[in-house]
Write a protein that binds this ligand. Structure first.
Ligand SMILES: Nc1ncnc2c1ncn2[C@@H]1O[C@H](COP(=O)(O)OP(=O)(O)O)[C@@H](O)[C@H]1O
Ligand SMILES: O=C(O)C1=C[C@@H](OP(=O)(O)O)[C@@H](O)[C@H](O)C1
Ligand SMILES: [Mg+2]
Length: 182
């Protein structure tokens, strides 16, 4: 029997390189819903890149903009939303995610795979002398925060994005069935 697409919003959280943007797009296509990447949305609205926002406003400026966008999308329905990897670092954002009726999915990634997937990209927080050390530190700090907001956790290492999206759709559906019965 075909799995019915869930009639709700899905938030993807997780470390840089976990595949939120890639898997999110595939998941939205499977569900037949809209896909929004908060970083891309922010770039479109500001007319400049994320690295440019970090350069001109610092991380604090970026985080303020990120929170405003999250507040807006927490009210949305029927869409897949890819967040940025640092969204959980603000308590305010974690409360928004936990209070939302949306399903929050933590996409997990190992430090090694995160490094492979982000190497050579322009992610501002990884423009440092030792990106692997930074990744390990961020994962240690943020791991519990992703878990705090997540309804579902999913390991992405060794999993192709299309397969991950299909498996996630099944997990989300299962989660919703359980919730309906509570
Ligand atoms: N499951 C996966 N397996 C292998 N590579 C992946 C997977 N998911 C994403 N990628 C690749 O890793 C990089 C980062 O993915 P992205 O979706 O931008 O992650 P995030 O939005 O979580 O930072 C991209 O080059 C993407 O093609
Ligand atoms: O981890 C972070 O703090 C960030 C992750 C990025 O998004 P991705 O997780 O999609 O790379 C982007 O929001 C910004 O560079 C900050
Ligand atoms: Mg992304």
């Amino acid at each position: 029997m075909a799995v019915q697409p869930p009639n709700r919003t899905i938030f993807l959280v997780g470390m840089m390189g976990a595949g939120k943007s890639t898997i999110g797009k595939a998941l939205a296509a499977l569900m037949g819903t809209k896909f929004v990447d908060l970083d891309r949305e922010l770039e479109e609205r500001c007319g400049v890149s994320i690295p440019h926002i970090f350069e001109t406003e610092g991380e604090a400026g970026f985080r303020c903009r990120e929170t405003r966008l999250l507040q807006e999308y927490a009210k949305a329905s029927d869409m897949v939303v890819a967040t940025g990897g640092g969204v959980v670092t603000r308590e305010e954002n974690r409360e928004i995610l936990k209070a939302s009726p949306a399903v929050a999915v933590h996409l997990k990634v190992s430090p090694e795979e995160c490094f492979r997937r982000t190497q050579g990209t322009d992610r501002p927080l990884l423009q440092c002398a030792d990106p692997m050390e930074k990744i390990c530190r961020l994962l240690q700090e943020r791991g519990p925060l992703y878990e705090e907001v997540a309804d579902i956790s999913y390991e992405t290492d060794g999993m192709k994005a299309a397969r991950a999206a299909q498996e996630l759709l099944n997990s989300i559906h299962q989660h919703q069935l359980v919730k309906e019965q509570e």
